[in-house]
Structure formats: structure tokens, C-alpha cells
Design a protein around this ligand. Structure first.
Ligand SMILES: [Fe+2]
Length: 503
């Protein structure tokens, strides 16, 4: 393995930090690494694995103004690349305007999500709430060969080189990017059409928009999605012909909001609503369903008169403080999958009758589901999802859900080992939906190290077919994606891309 330190950022976090989401498995990094030919600890690198795994993560550098929330940290992108049995790793901070300003000031300038916006040292900012730092730390996708990082509260989309991890400025979509509202995390790319579908939300009417960027990277469609008030949508889904947005009854308490207090409340008597919108325009149709909140959807597709929508139904979107656990477990119970009771669920929205049928697909508590990207918007069979360490925002294992048979296969990472959202990488010449690999990054507290695990997507319980060592133990993290090498090489000069990764 050849390893080089290419950057270090100043951290002003205290040596004796006791925040569990800035220490232990969530200890942030300050070093940016470039490593080639990663050490193979187990197995061998599959020769038919070609592309890059990208993961974004909150990675804080400065103490909060008052209360740190794990969604507040600055974005850091990790890249693990594979081709012809060779590998490389890069990690880079996303050079957001907010990160650069706070680095200059050597302190936090904006209030985090669990702090009062009035604490902010700056009057400007981003986010549906307003006056937040756009950390671009939530999600990462790839469109037209460029990685785009995003922020759950809405913000800019930062362009990140998918090989080097270097920030290449902000996306502007032919000068039509909705900078005033920003774009939410979880924009979707339809590889069949080359389009990017997105939404945004804010406290101002109409409270949501939906948009389409075409294969030439121009914003060609942008419409109002009027809602009854400010909402907190996090994800969307799409089918071949429709986009599906949502209005869940977990939103800021209206009375408190009048006093400037942003307190999310689950309104148990208010139905969930799904908006079905023809992708390039047309009447919005609304469907009502059981009250819940859904952080992430796995997929949607059309089946006759119905739209099938799969996602993680939360049995308890606002878990009560039951007195169990320490102060941190109680404070961050809203992030624990076992407390939210998130389970894979299916809604069938009938476009003819307007009826909704819904059913739980699995008894097991999982979230952060990933599928084979070639099946997005189409009928599919498999979802791979994370299990959570009870009471914590940490992924302690994986489940392969077979949605046809209901069969489940489980892999535990082992005590003290935590994974990231796991991307599915179809093997070169893949012949089936599960013919490929699952890739994740671990934070191994037992060995004080981090590894990239490559699993056979059809047999996850067998454990990794390959385990690669990263240069240092990295912070636990969440959202990831896979970009196929064949697709990336359409957009990047093959020689320069190969040179940039040492291949
Ligand atoms: Fe998310």
C-alpha cells in the first residue's frame, strides 16, 4: 500500500470531548489521505469489480455554539476505487462556503439543528429552517460522471470529482439552479434517461418544489408542490413515468414555530400523504395512508393501475423518553432505529380508484436500504439494508431482503464494528439483480482500524470476499453510492482518470 497525507484541517474540538457523536466510532478525521493498492487483509479483490464507492459523512471540526447534533458536521467524502483487481482510497472534506468561512474564523459560525438560530454569529445561511450552515454532508450521488453532495435541510449541490474526491465548485444547471431554496438531500438519477429528479422544501409557501434536470444538465422542469404548511420531507422515489413526493405528519409544531422554536412533532391523527406527479408535468394526485414518517424509500415502480412504493415505515416517529440509557442515548433516541421502529413497508397507490393498500414487508427493524441501481424505478426483488445498534445511530449489520419470497439473510459486523450505508455494485457482465457485490466501510473499535468490505450480494452471510485496510480508522457514517467505471469513463478522459488514481 502506498499512502500519502495530502491535507490536514485545523480542528478546535477539545481533547477531552465527551460527545458520543464526536468520539469513539464517530471520532471525526482531520487528515486527508491518498492511498493506492490497499492492503488486502482477507480474500482477494474481485477482478470484475470496476468503479468507485463513494460515502459522505458529517465530520465536525469546531465545537458547536451550544449543542452538537450528529447532522451538523462538515461533509467529508470517502472514495474507494476498483479496477482490474487494483484499488485506491481518497478522503476529502467538501470545500463548502460554510467550511471555508469557519476554517478562516477557527470556530463555528452557524447554529446547528438542535440550537436556536438566534445563536448564529452570521445572519445569512442555508436550510429550510434558515440560518444554518450548508455542510453538504448528508448524501452523495453521481450524475453525468460527477459526484454531487447534498444537505438534508436543502442547500447547494457541490460537485466532487468521483476519483479524487476534490471539490469542483457548485452545480448550477445551466444557470437555473434554485439557489434561493437550494435542493434537498436524495435527488434521484435515472440512468436510463440521464435525468436527475429532485425536490426542495422551506418554511415559505408553497413549501415544496419538484424539478427535473435533463441529460444535458439543464433544469428543464420546476413546479410548485403546495403543502398545508412547512414539512420535513427527506427522500423521494420515482417510477418510469412518475415522481413520488410526500407529506408526512412529522413536522414543526405550528404554535412553537410562531415563537421561532423549531420542534418536530408527530401528529398521530394526521394521515401520511403521497404526491404522484407525472415526471415532466401534469396534475398532482394525492394519496392518503396510515400516519408515519419515512426517512428513506428503497424503490418504486408501476404495476398495472398501481404504483408500488417501498420504504421504511416508522412505528414510532417520536419515541418518548422512557428513562432508559444515559443522557446521550435519551437525547438522541430519535436516531436509533430500534426506537423509531423502522421496518420495510409497501404502499400500493391505485391510480384509477385512488385507493391505497399498505403492508409491512418484514418484522425486522432495518433502514438505509440500497438496491441494484439498474433497477431503480422498475420492478425489483432485492433490498439490502442496515441493522442498528440498539439506542445508537450506528449500523451493526446487514440484511438482504428478498421481497419476492420474504426470505432474509443477516450478517452481523461483530461487537464494536460498525458499517456504513452499503452500496450494491453489479459485477462486470452482471446477469442478474443480485449478481454483484456489496461494499461498505467499517469503523472497527476492536482493532482501532477501518476496512472496506466487499461482500457477495447473493450470499452476505458468508462474510466478505475481500477486506481492504484503510489508512486510518475513519468516522462511522451513512449515505453512499456506487458509480460504475464504464459509466464514469464516458465522462472522464480515461487516461487522466487512470492517472489520477494511480492505475
Ligand atoms: Fe438520508
Amino acid at each position: 500500500m502506498s499512502v500519502e497525507i495530502v491535507g490536514r484541517m485545523l480542528s478546535t474540538l477539545p481533547e477531552d470531548d465527551d460527545h458520543p457523536y464526536r468520539t469513539g466510532p464517530w471520532r471525526p478525521q482531520t487528515t486527508e489521505w491518498s492511498a493506492d493498492d490497499l492492503e488486502v487483509v482477507e480474500g482477494e479483490v474481485p477482478a470484475d469489480l470496476d468503479g468507485v464507492y463513494l460515502r459522505n459523512t458529517e465530520n465536525p471540526l469546531h465545537p458547536s455554539l451550544k449543542n452538537y447534533h450528529p447532522f451538523d458536521g462538515d461533509g467529508m467524502v470517502h472514495v474507494v476505487g476498483f479496477r482490474d483487481g487494483k484499488t485506491f482510497y481518497r478522503n476529502r472534506f467538501v470545500r463548502t462556503d460554510g467550511l471555508l468561512a469557519e476554517s478562516e474564523a477557527s470556530q463555528s459560525l452557524w447554529a446547528g439543528i438542535s440550537e436556536n438560530p438566534a445563536l448564529a454569529r452570521r445572519d445569512d445561511g442555508w436550510g429550510a429552517r434558515g440560518r444554518m450552515k450548508d455542510a453538504s454532508s448528508t448524501d452523495v450521488i453521481v450524475h453525468r460522471g460527477m459526484a454531487l453532495t447534498s444537505f438534508y435541510q436543502c442547500g447547494d449541490l457541490y460537485r466532487v470529482d468521483p476519483y479524487s474526491g476534490d471539490t469542483r465548485g457548485k452545480e448550477d444547471w445551466g444557470g437555473r439552479f434554485p439557489f434561493e431554496w437550494g435542493v434537498s438531500a436524495h435527488p434521484k438519477v435515472d440512468d436510463r434517461t440521464g435525468e436527475l429528479l429532485f425536490f426542495n422544501y422551506s418554511k415559505e409557501a408553497p413549501f415544496m418544489h419538484y424539478g427535473v434536470v435533463d441529460a444535458d444538465n439543464t433544469l428543464v422542469h420546476y413546479v410548485d408542490v403546495p403543502l398545508p404548511g412547512p414539512r420535513l420531507p427527506h427522500d423521494m422515489a420515482f417510477t418510469e413515468n412518475y415522481a413520488i413526493l410526500n407529506d408526512f405528519p412529522l413536522f414543526w409544531d405550528a404554535t412553537a414555530l410562531e415563537r421561532g422554536v423549531h420542534a418536530p412533532r408527530f401528529h398521530r391523527d394526521v394521515p401520511s400523504r403521497f404526491a404522484v406527479i407525472p415526471r415532466r408535468g401534469g396534475a398532482i394526485r394525492w394519496f392518503e395512508a396510515e400516519p408515519t414518517y419515512v426517512l428513506h424509500f428503497t424503490n418504486a415502480y408501476e404495476d398495472g393501475d398501481e404504483i408500488v412504493l417501498d420504504g421504511f415505515f416508522q412505528g414510532d416517529p417520536e419515541p418518548a423518553d422512557n428513562g432508559m440509557g444515559d443522557k446521550w442515548q435519551r437525547a438522541f433516541r430519535f436516531l436509533a432505529l430500534d426506537r423509531m421502529q423502522s421496518r420495510l413497508h409497501r404502499w400500493r397507490l391505485n391510480l384509477v380508484t385512488g385507493a391505497v393498500r399498505e403492508e409491512q414487508l418484514s418484522d425486522r427493524v432495518t433502514e438505509f436500504g440500497m438496491i441494484n441501481g439498474d433497477f431503480l424505478g422498475r420492478d425489483y426483488r432485492y433490498a439490502w439494508a442496515a441493522t442498528g445498534k440498539p439506542s445508537w445511530f450506528l449500523f451493526d449489520g446487514l440484511v438482504r431482503h428478498d421481497l419476492l419470497t420474504g426470505a432474509e439473510e443477516h450478517l452481523s459486523f461483530g461487537d464494536g464494528v460498525y458499517g456504513s450505508e452499503t452500496a450494491m455494485a453489479p459485477r462486470t457482465g452482471s446477469t442478474g439483480e443480485d449478481d454483484g457485490y456489496l461494499i461498505t466501510l467499517t469503523t472497527d473499535m476492536v482493532e482501532d482500524a477501518s476496512y472496506c468490505l466487499v461482500l457477495d450480494a447473493a450470499r452476505i452471510a458468508d462474510g466478505p470476499v475481500c477486506k481492504l485496510k484503510l489508512p486510518e480508522r475513519i468516522s462511522s457514517g451513512t449515505h453512499s453510492t456506487w458509480a460504475a467505471g464504464s459509466e464514469l469513463r464516458r465522462w472522464h478522459n480515461a487516461e487522466s482518470a487512470a492517472a489520477s488514481i494511480g492505475l
